[in-house]
Design a protein around this ligand. Structure first.
Ligand code: FA5
Length: 340
């Protein structure tokens, strides 16, 4: 029995050294440890052995040896497979150019820059202003006291501390008047927020660009000149616009400047709420109360202001039918614009 075990041991060692691959190891396991394997037949021969106890011990030791050796070989095989996978995997190369395609500018950015360039060429400065403002800046400084019905048109999102997300870029008028005094020419683009339901031409988050010119002898004809220049430069062609009276507590007189819908050519479509016209750029002569609140001498100075709907301008300029596409994050829509 002892000799037989020794023979099997060296046969196993030789077979193990030869076995390459998982299938060979499994065959070896079955050959030695299986129901009809060598260990099982040694056990069945045990009853004929002279020293059953010692022989039994030897068989058990051999069984443990075989079991552990096969387990080790299987584990080595697995580790070698992983190492090979890692070795042959594509290595990260930090110098490699990862994306062939660069992004594109958002159409609002393009429209903003274009309008900015036009006003810079006419001597305006560009101002930046907060998105979170207080009630005074957004309403009271603009001649809209608490409980004024004009507030109903501009519901917004209020913070716990009483501040609010600005509803219009006019919220910076008072700050800029106080900062520069008169004379001044400034434009200030910005994101605006309104708590209202959305449709093809209304968003709850959109962009406006405010413009203000304050100097001696500023009149409505200056206002109309600047509006016309801006629109003909932006569109580079004649676009139909109409001016009609409009009410805003912070201007007197006030106007609504509408653009003929560029999507339907004025026939009426969802983009213009079937009217053929889109409110684009209300404007007017700055109300003396607002000038005074900004520290401007109303005996000497007058001025005009406008609130251009930048997002709507981008709609009309680029033929975007639904304003909600701008905030959609849809790469299909946005990647059509000029790449960086
Ligand atoms: C105002 O916000 C005034 N502050 C504009 C102004 C400035 C008047 C200076 C006089 C002097 P209004 O609420 O109409 O006005 O908005 C101005 C423009 O912003 C609109 O004509 C439109 O083009 C755009 N706009 C307004 N609400 C939305 C909205 N929900 N979604 C997209 N664009 C909007």
């Amino acid at each position: 029995m002892q000799n037989k075990i020794l023979e099997l041991k060296s046969a196993f060692a030789a077979a193990l050294a030869e076995a390459s691959g998982a299938a060979a190891l499994e065959n070896l396991r079955v050959e030695y440890l299986g129901k009809k394997g060598h260990i099982a037949s040694l056990m069945s021969e045990l009853r004929f052995a002279e020293d059953k106890k010692a022989a039994g011990q030897l068989i058990n030791d051999f069984k443990t040896e075989v079991t552990e050796a096969i387990e080790r070989a299987v584990e080595e095989l697995r580790a070698a497979a992983i190492a090979e996978k890692v070795r042959s995997a594509k290595k990260y190369n930090p110098t490699l150019k990862m994306h062939e395609e660069l992004g594109s500018y958002h159409p609002i950015t393009l429209a903003t820059r274009e309008v900015e360039d036009i006003f810079i060429s006419m001597g305006f400065t560009i101002e930046n202003y907060d998105e979170i403002v207080d009630d005074y800046k957004c309403f009271e400084a603009l001649n809209i006291p608490k409980h004024h019905p004009a507030r109903d048109m501009q519901d917004t999102y209020y913070l716990d501390n009483g501040q609010l997300l600005k509803t219009h870029t006019s919220a910076a008028q008072n700050y800029i008047m106080k900062k520069y005094g008169a004379p001044l020419r400034a434009i200030f683009p910005g994101r605006c927020f309104r708590n209202e339901s959305t449709d093809a031409c209304h968003e709850n988050t959109f962009f406006q660009m405010e413009g203000m010119m304050i100097d001696e002898n500023i009149s409505i004809s200056n206002l109309i000149y600047f509006m016309k220049t801006m629109l003909s430069e932006v569109f580079q062609r004649d676009v139909k616009v109409r001016l009609r009276p409009g009410f805003f507590p912070f201007v007197e007189p006030g106007f609504e400047l509408d653009i003929n819908c560029e999507i339907c050519g004025g026939e009426g479509c969802p983009s213009c709420k079937n009217s053929g016209w889109l409110e684009l750029c209300p404007c007017g002569m700055i109300h003396p109360n607002v000038l005074r609140e900004g520290g401007i001498d109303t005996e000497k100075y007058s001025g005009f202001a406008f609130g251009l709907g930048l997002t709507r301008l981008a709609m009309m300029k680029y033929g975007v039918k639904d304003i909600r596409d701008f905030n959609s994050g849809s790469l299909k829509a946005l990647s059509q614009f000029k790449s960086i």
